[in-house]
Ligand binder design. Structure first.
Ligand SMILES: [Zn+2]
Ligand SMILES: [Zn+2]
Length: 358
């Protein structure tokens, strides 16, 4: 008797089917959302190709992927209704990392380390569907000025905000950002908005580096392609030249390349902070030159998810500090989700961010 919805159901590597599922039932702590825009994240690509296990108990499907989504409230469970938090028609964005608020980690504000995480699109069905469930505690109203497309960047932007907080940029700092993907381009804008003097964006593909220049990167460096006009053979020397030998004050690495992280350590100067951001592969080991890192009094930090960073991310979008909507390179219907994921992996048409609109 339950009404049906269309959903992309992921089973195993490269097997995802468009199916009809019952519209999910709303429990007391849930809110049902009609999905408007759902971004395809790098992790969706990893799940789709079986490169990392999904968050179900077995690590496998069936599961509806997609965790970066906005939508319209359709039905409100008893708790949020009693608290008058939401009503049908509200424009909302879902924070997919939904903590329990009942464990020691949550009580300490370390909500990213919650013992009972519920993550639509990773542990439970997510946003590559016409409807999705969110716990009421993971839902935020979208400011009127923020579109559904822009709002769907809140999750990745909140992760970027958390990483940038750890970077502790001070006015005038020379900041190096490794990896000019959507994350690196949001970080470039955040770095400028929070007082960086010069931002150097480092990558391996010119079309992305050139995007970075539009978003405020002062210098762009291609470290892999000798044909590129931005190619540098020795990045450390290039940055030393720009900083009168002082090297970078800060470096953040929103790519999973281990080599990039080791290079980030190399091109930073005294008292630098270096933030490890991109998710590494199983078994990756970072080599840190112990003596120079020690005697230069550097700090290496890691950034995982986005605790306590959502209000800042929503503000950064609504105040126009970060232009996210221009990062959307294409929007596809739900039917084409699988193809869009495959095209993203093989980089057909120089994509940046692709969103699904069910
Ligand atoms: Zn994501
Ligand atoms: Zn918890």
């Amino acid at each position: 008797m339950a009404e049906k919805m269309k959903a992309q159901v992921f089973y195993e590597a490269e097997k995802m089917e468009m199916e009809e599922l019952p519209i999910p039932e709303v429990t007391d702590i849930d809110v049902l959302v009609r999905v408007k825009n759902c971004g395809i994240c790098g992790s969706d690509i990893s799940y789709y190709f079986g490169l990392s296990p999904v968050g179900t108990p077995t690590g496998k499907g069936p599961l509806v992927l997609g965790h970066e989504f906005t939508g319209e409230v359709v039905e409100v469970g008893a708790v949020a209704r009693a608290m008058k938090l939401f009503q049908p028609g509200d424009r909302v964005v879902v924070n997919p990392v939904q903590h329990c608020n009942a464990c020691y980690a949550c009580a300490a504000g370390q909500t990213n380390l919650c013992a009972n995480l519920y993550v639509p699109g990773v542990t439970h069905n997510g946003g590559f569907a016409e409807y999705a469930i969110s716990r009421y505690t993971g839902l935020f109203k979208l400011p009127d000025t923020v579109s559904y497309a822009a709002g769907a960047f809140t999750e990745p932007l909140a992760c970027a905000v958390y990483g940038m907080k750890k970077l502790e940029i001070e006015p005038g700092h020379f900041v190096a950002i490794f990896g000019p993907g959507p994350m690196g381009l949001m970080m470039t804008q955040l770095a400028k908005a929070t007082g960086a003097g010069k931002v150097a964006l480092i990558g391996t593909r010119d079309y992305r580096l050139e995007e970075g220049r539009k978003w405020g990167a002062d210098y762009i460096f291609n470290v892999s392609d000798p044909q590129s006009p931005y190619y540098v053979e020795n990045l450390k020397e290039a940055i030393a030249d720009l900083t009168h030998g002082a090297l970078a004050h800060r470096a953040i690495v929103p790519t999973s390349s281990n080599a990039a992280f080791e290079q980030a350590i190399d091109i930073t100067g005294n008292a630098a902070i270096i933030v490890h951001f991109g998710l590494p592969d199983t078994g990756d080991v970072i080599h840190v030159p112990a003596l120079s890192t020690h005697t230069m009094d550097k700090q290496i930090r890691f950034s995982w998810l986005a605790p306590l960073s959502w209000p800042t991310a929503i503000r950064a979008i609504s105040e126009g500090l970060v232009d996210v909507e221009s990062l959307v390179s294409s929007t596809v219907p739900l039917e084409e989700t699988g193809q869009a994921i495959r095209d993203l992996r093989s980089r057909v048409g120089d994509p940046m961010k692709v969103q699904v609109t069910p």
